[in-house]
Design a protein around this ligand. Structure first.
Ligand code: FAD
Length: 285
């Protein structure tokens, strides 16, 4: 089964997210991580997309490798920002012709290096429509339990998210640390008449400074208790990993007990924490 909508319809889905490598060393680590995590039998894996610069092509390369050389179902991420319509058409048709059946359609953010590129689309909804026009993709979208950082208020953010989920097959959330934030979002979507499955994203952080930076950028609140624990392990990689495993395991348990349709683990291209979380949660292999 390789359409994510079918996977979700069949039962809980346990997926992994990777990022395209930016150097030969990172390429080597990703190859090793993929080999180590494939035996877990994830329901699918996804590969992020850098709106500008070198990782644009790297995403397609990693996706092609996973699709052709592994047993894993793969989903590329794609952003509207910094792309013209013809560029997006070429990328999507490339995936379609390769036999890729899933796509995560994203608005995206302007490139961090300040480079400006022409963008024909403003919102993820336009990319969903394009993907559906060009192929029979199972399309996912991003969801933000704690609101998208650029949203002026929760009500409008939820309305836009609901509109997006009405067009898509499933959602995947930004990471968060409090299960209640996820369940509140699901309830608010239900009140708007939307029950499209939304997979909670769980963040296996590996570095304290990076975890705080990502949380700041993505508007994810780090609870006070976790802040203190992060302070204590800062600069000690094995202890950071142990804390990440503990936090992700506890969060995963709460999410699954509360009826989440599965889990999506942000691996940061490392395997060990993911394997430990998988084992702790007794996820199917
Ligand atoms: P949109 O759905 O377009 O929303 C963006 C903002 O516009 C929101 O504030 C929304 O409320 C508002 N909005 C939506 N529609 C309208 C409308 N019609 N009128 C007015 N306002 C509107 N980024 C990457 O660069 N590469 C990745 O690979 C990547 N992967 C991600 C994976 C996941 C699971 C998640 C949660 C995020 C990911 N991101 C990635 C980050 C994402 O691209 C950014 O957060 C981006 O700012 C928003 O993307 P979106 O798809 O939610 O955008």
């Amino acid at each position: 089964m390789s359409r994510i909508s079918d996977i979700l319809a069949a039962g809980p889905s346990y997926s992994l997210e990777f990022g395209p490598p930016r150097s030969p060393e990172q390429e080597e680590r990703l190859a090793k991580t993929l080999l180590e995590l494939e035996p877990l039998g994830p329901s699918f894996v996804s590969v992020t997309y850098g709106a500008g610069g070198s990782t644009r092509d790297a995403t397609a390369k990693v996706v092609g490798h996973i699709h052709a050389d592994t047993s894993m179902t793969v989903m590329p991420h794609l952003t509207c920002v910094a792309h013209t319509r013809p560029e997006l058409v070429a990328i999507i048709e490339g995936y379609r012709d390769e036999g890729i059946e899933n796509l995560l359609a994203l608005g995206g953010d302007p490139p961090e290096d300040g480079t400006t590129y022409p963008s024909d689309f403003a919102y993820a909804t336009e990319l969903i429509e394009l993907a559906c026009e060009l192929g029979d993709f199972s399309v996912g979208v991003a969801a933000f339990p704690e609101n998208h950082p650029r949203s002026p208020d929760t009500a409008s953010d939820r309305r836009h998210l609901a509109d997006k989920l009405r067009l898509a097959d499933f959602g995947i959330t930004q990471f968060f640390f409090e299960a209640d934030d996820y369940f509140r979002m699901v309830d608010e979507l239900a009140a708007l008449g939307v029950d499209t499955p939304v997979l909670p994203g769980v963040f296996a952080f590996v570095n304290v400074e990076q975890a705080r930076r990502f949380a700041r950028i993505n508007g994810a609140h780090i609870p006070d208790d976790l802040q203190r624990r992060l302070d204590r392990v800062d600069g000690k990689p094995p202890e950071v990993r142990e804390l990440a495993v503990e936090v992700c395991t506890a969060l995963g348990e709460r999410l699954m007990a509360g009826g989440a349709p599965g889990l999506h683990l942000y691996t940061l291209n490392f395997s060990r924490a993911t394997k430990d979380i998988w084992a702790n949660l007794d996820l199917p292999r």
